[in-house]
Write a protein that binds this ligand. Structure first.
Ligand SMILES: [Ca+2]
Ligand SMILES: [Ca+2]
Ligand SMILES: [Ca+2]
Ligand SMILES: [Ca+2]
Length: 326
């Protein structure tokens, strides 16, 4: 008879434990509270929006107009450093470039869309260049493309890369974005610098995995008139050639250097942070424009892009400069 109460107490104990266990597995009554928190949280942004909207109405103070002092004139009609780029090969043979595209050496000839290469962009295909370094104030660069796009525009970005110490690692990149002005303008013109000198990896201009950590041209010296010199770089459409763009940059950018190399770029979008491109992409990602390079043809990650070899400016090339024109 004494065992019965202890049995009952055991059953009761088990019952209590089970109840406790089952209540622990049941979802706690928090969700309803959580919903309350969430609804409170969803209300908060509307308050924030109102808070941020208020100062915005008080803000419209016009940015001070950029005061220009030096405006480029006309480049010389003759002379200058001249060089050309592969182009007729591209335009006459759709979906391929047999010459001028060498990923490993940092040479690109791919004014086509990615993967199919069935769209050719004459406004991204560099034809020839003339650089006039003689003027005391300005360097003039005349960049001639194969043509304009279907809407008669230069939809792309056009850049001059300067290597002042001729070691293959560029120091400056002057980028013109979608040039459309017949008059000299700084709109759409930016000058970048590789301030921490990390472009090129172990082998400048040659593809190498070390260069992937480079942040490219990370410093913006000039942004459409903003910068230490509001007149540092300009462009205009060439008044005498519908396929040409004229770029002018100050001699002062060069810090007294008169012998350097220059290369030209064109692309739908040029990313200053990704120079040198062939250090930031692997060959299989970038693809190739030459069908004879069967492993990597066609172009893939790097498309709608063209560049030239590097031309000696102000001196005769030794031939040893990385990327130098033959
Ligand atoms: Ca070209
Ligand atoms: Ca350099
Ligand atoms: Ca490299
Ligand atoms: Ca850098």
């Amino acid at each position: 008879m004494k065992k019965i109460p202890s049995l009952i107490s055991i059953i009761l104990l088990c019952g209590l434990i089970l109840a406790a266990c089952s209540s622990a597995t049941q979802p706690p009554p928090q969700p309803s509270e959580a919903v309350v928190v969430e609804s409170a949280a969803t209300e908060a942004p509307t308050v924030e929006v109102q808070a941020t909207a208020a100062p915005a109405t008080a803000e419209p103070e016009a940015a001070p107009a950029i005061q220009h002092t030096n405006v480029p004139a006309s480049p010389p009609a003759s002379g200058g450093e001249k060089w050309g780029d592969h182009s007729t090969v591209s335009s006459n043979n759709a979906a391929r470039a047999l010459l001028g595209d060498d990923f490993t050496e940092g040479k690109f000839e791919r004014p086509y869309n990615a993967d199919t290469m069935d769209a050719y962009f004459p406004q991204l295909d560099i034809d020839r260049i003339v650089v006039h370094p003689e003027d005391a104030t300005w360097v003039y660069a005349l960049i001639t493309m194969v043509g304009r796009d279907a809407s008669n525009a230069f939809t792309g970005q056009y850049a001059i890369e300067l290597d002042l110490d001729r070691n293959g690692r560029g120091e400056f990149l002057i980028v013109v974005d979608q040039p459309s002005s017949a008059d000299w303008t700084t709109e759409g013109v930016r000058v970048y610098k590789d301030a921490n000198l990390d472009i090129g990896g172990v082998k400048p201009m040659i593809a190498d995995s070390e260069g992937v950590t480079s942040n490219g041209y990370e410093a913006v010296l000039f942004d459409q008139g903003t910068g230490d010199d509001p007149d540092l770089a300009w462009y205009r459409l060439d008044p005498g050639d519908p396929n040409s763009i004229q770029v002018a940059y100050k001699q002062s950018l060069l810090g007294g250097v008169t012998k350097y190399t220059a290369g030209i770029w064109a692309g739908t979008h040029l990313d200053p942070a990704l120079f040198d491109y062939n250090d930031h992409y692997k060959y299989e990602q970038a693809g190739a424009a030459n069908p004879e390079i069967k492993n990597f043809y066609p172009i893939k990650g790097l498309s709608e892009l063209d560049n030239t070899c590097r031309q000696a400016i102000g001196y005769d090339a030794t031939g040893l400069e990385p990327g130098i024109c033959p």
